[in-house]
Design a protein around this ligand. Structure first.
Ligand SMILES: Nc1ncnc2c1ncn2[C@@H]1O[C@H](COP(=O)(O)OP(=O)(O)OP(=O)(O)O)[C@@H](O)[C@H]1O
Ligand SMILES: [Mg+2]
Length: 451
């Protein structure tokens, strides 16, 4: 291969790799054999032009090629080279041969989160982009304990939301759940309250926050016991349906817990949660050694700093200075994949969160199976709305195992579909109550569009 050919192929590979990353080529490879789009190329002194005729778009819809987010991603993948796409008789992609002076030294200032574009790996999400390409995080393994800090408005909450949405978009609540402590009340608003992946209601005050942290710790111990009984050392080895999703605990402001017992619990979760599938993201606006003491710091090995006020704050988060020089929201400094990287994190637009919440709710509705629907209806019609595992088991023996019923009751309770277990005045168990939301899910649906 001569140098000219090599250069052209290099650009084309970058272009195609990005298409892959955005999931645009994935389906075709599943059907056996990757169908890559083919292009003619010309190398000019200042640019390389790829021409695709309209029959050779590789099955990728034309609109997809014309998305500004795709272009921003190409520019990042192609080391800041200018990319121009024009759409005429065919489609032309022009790649500047020298990094664009205007973009070479800086990343795009805004790279929107796009849930269509996901990296490989079950619990892997995109943190953002450097000039060399995407930076990803594995929330179940390497990056399961994350510390993030930076001044007010620097991008911490946005990052947490980006991670939650990316995981929620590709996992059902059986595979991923999230517990959120947000004492500012406004940041994780209504869009997130509606996520079926919530492990429990979002904790908005200090008392419920401490309770939620303890609840997650209790879940860790429960999992430990369940796994010991099953003779399993890693949560992912548990049989399907055992009810062990990845559980991500998010604490938006660690200062709320500074020097309280809950902080010790958090450290414990960070230290011991891995085998049980429990991950943690801890954020703080005030990275001081009072809030993030060395023990906290040591147990959250993935540190992501947004702009800090001082180099001292940078040191508290990262162990070195540098974050005080970051100059805009969303730009972060992190040690990932064995090197320091300046990353433009993905920006979450409100519509993405809203669309996802709505979409997942619709999927959930469809996901209530036949037996599950019957269980709910039976509870309402014959048990006065009480979801009593023993009685339901007697009625539905042969259709569902007792263990599955118990798990279902727990999951539905954590999703807010069943109330917590009630007892009557004499202390007799009355079971969990079916909520209106669950009843609605189990009711027949008539959609005007179907007619
Ligand atoms: N990745 C990003 N790209 C572009 N803009 C961003 C990004 N992240 C955040 N911003 C901008 O900064 C604003 C504040 O972000 P965010 O709420 O995440 O800050 P924060 O660090 O959580 O602040 P606080 O400590 O006050 O809660 C956002 O509303 C958005 O306009
Ligand atoms: Mg915030």
């Amino acid at each position: 291969m001569d140098a000219i050919h090599g250069e052209i192929v290099g650009y084309w590979r970058g272009i195609v790799a990005t298409l892959h990353q955005r999931g645009l080529l994935r389906d075709r490879s599943r059907q056996g054999g990757k169908v890559l789009p083919q292009a003619d190329a010309i190398l000019l002194p200042d640019r390389c032009i790829f021409a695709l005729d309209l029959h050779r778009l590789g099955g990728i819809p034309r609109e997809a090629w014309l998305s500004p987010e795709l272009w921003a991603q190409w520019r990042a993948t192609l080391q800041g080279r200018r990319v121009i796409v024009s759409d005429g008789a065919g489609l032309f992609i022009q790649v500047g041969r020298r990094p664009d002076k205007r973009t070479a030294k800086r990343l795009p200032q805004v790279i929107p989160l796009d849930l269509e574009a996901m990296p490989e790996g079950a619990y892997t999400v995109t943190l953002g982009y450097t000039k060399a390409g995407a930076v990803t995080l594995d929330l179940a393994e390497t990056h399961r304990a994350i510390l993030t800090g930076g001044t007010s408005g620097s991008g911490k909450t946005n990052l947490m939301q980006s991670i939650v949405l990316q995981l929620a978009a590709r996992h059902s609540p059986d595979e991923f759940q999230v517990a959120i402590v947000d004492t500012k009340e406004v940041d994780f608003g209504r869009d997130y309250e509606g996520l079926p992946h919530l492990y429990a209601s979002i904790a908005h005050n200090l008392q419920s926050a401490a309770e939620l942290v303890e609840q997650v710790e209790a879940e860790r111990l429960r999992r430990q016991a369940v796994m010991a009984k099953a003779g399993v050392v890693d949560w992912r080895e548990m049989p399907e349906g055992a009810g062990l999703p990845l559980l991500l605990l998010i604490v938006d402001e660690a200062a709320d817990f500074a020097r309280t017992p809950a902080m010790e619990t958090l450290v414990n979760i960070a230290r011991k949660g891995r085998a049980m599938g429990i991950s943690l993201i801890l954020g703080t606006q005030s990275p001081s050694s009072k809030v993030i003491d060395p023990q906290v710091r040591a147990n959250l090995p993935t540190a992501i700093a947004f702009q800090t006020r001082t180099d001292v704050e940078s040191r508290v988060i990262l162990g070195c200075k540098g974050a005080e020089e970051l100059n805009r929201p969303g730009l972060a400094l992190a040690f990932v994949d064995g090197k320091w990287q300046t990353v433009q994190t993905l920006r979450v637009d409100r519509e993405v969160a809203q669309a996802l919440a709505g979409q997942v709710a619709a999927l959930e509705r469809a996901a209530l199976g036949e037996v599950e629907t019957d269980l709910v209806r039976y509870a309402v019609q014959n048990l006065g709305g009480a979801f009593v595992v023993n009685q339901l088991y007697e009625q539905f023996a042969g259709q569902i195992s007792k263990r599955r019923l118990t798990t279902l009751a727990q999951q539905w309770e954590s999703r807010g579909w069943l109330t917590a277990e009630r007892r009557d005045a004499n202390g007799h168990r009355q079971g969990r109550q079916v909520t209106l939301e669950l009843l609605a899910l189990a009711s027949p649906v008539y959609d005007s569009q179907d007619r």
